[in-house]
Design a protein around this ligand. Structure first.
Ligand code: SF4
Length: 214
């Protein structure tokens, strides 16, 4: 039986693709054979108020408070948290025939506005999301995955889709984005009005999210 190229997981509102098992996207191929094949999971997920609400409302506030919030790799902003990735040691090693390490290349690329995006790519080439498990893929409960993680499909997969599949993909993406972004925007405004933020009053944010209806 022919496998779908993309599928919709209604329980967790996420888009899945069987093509990810053998990532076809040139941009995400490991730069050297020593690096693991992780596809797009080099990215560092950004938890918004929506994902924090999902953790709190499912009784997993301890997971948020002990594993996400204090993790030194993570950057806590007022209303979102960037989960820093694991950098492979090869980022700091010069490869045979090269005059600089990827880290040194990254540092010089980020100095200019016109090459800053290349610096991001250079670092991503050696980064692995902290939740990625080499044998199993994403180790985060699907309900806590960010809207980007639940909706991202690379160019290679998009190009392989039929017109009908593309329409479905757009609809699913819209649904994911609307739910997460609307929630985040609405509650960020309320919390700003109350003068509480993740940096200063994390327990107040948890208390607030506990009494939210969704
Ligand atoms: S949270 Fe999961 S899906 Fe998202 S980048 Fe990390 S490993 Fe991949």
């Amino acid at each position: 039986m022919k496998e779908n190229r993309i599928d919709w997981d209604e329980t967790n509102l996420q888009i899945l693709s069987s093509m990810c098992r053998k990532c076809p996207e040139p941009h995400f191929q490991p730069r050297t054979p020593e690096l693991p094949q992780i596809g797009c999971c080099a990215y560092e997920p950004v938890f918004t108020l929506f994902e924090i609400y999902k953790m709190v409302s499912s009784g997993e506030e301890e997971f948020f408070l002990h594993s996400i919030y204090p993790n030194p790799k993570n950057t806590v902003y007022d209303y979102e948290i960037i989960a820093g990735g694991n950098i492979h040691p090869l980022f700091y090693k010069k490869q045979p025939g090269q005059t600089e390490t990827p880290y040194e290349r990254h540092e010089s690329l980020k100095k200019s506005v016109s090459t800053a995006y290349l610096a991001v790519d250079e670092r991503l080439g050696y980064t692995m999301c902290q939740f990625f498990e080499e044998e199993n893929g994403c180790g985060l409960p699907p309900a806590f995955k960010t809207s980007i993680c639940r909706s991202f499909m690379c160019c290679s997969i998009e190009k392989a889709l039929t017109e009908e599949e593309r329409v479905l993909l757009d609809d699913w993406r819209r649904r994911i984005r609307e739910e997460a972004e609307t929630f985040h925007r609405k509650h960020k405004e309320v919390l700003q009005g109350k003068g509480i933020s993740l940096g200063g009053n994390v327990l107040d944010i948890i208390g607030y999210l506990k009494q939210v209806d969704g």
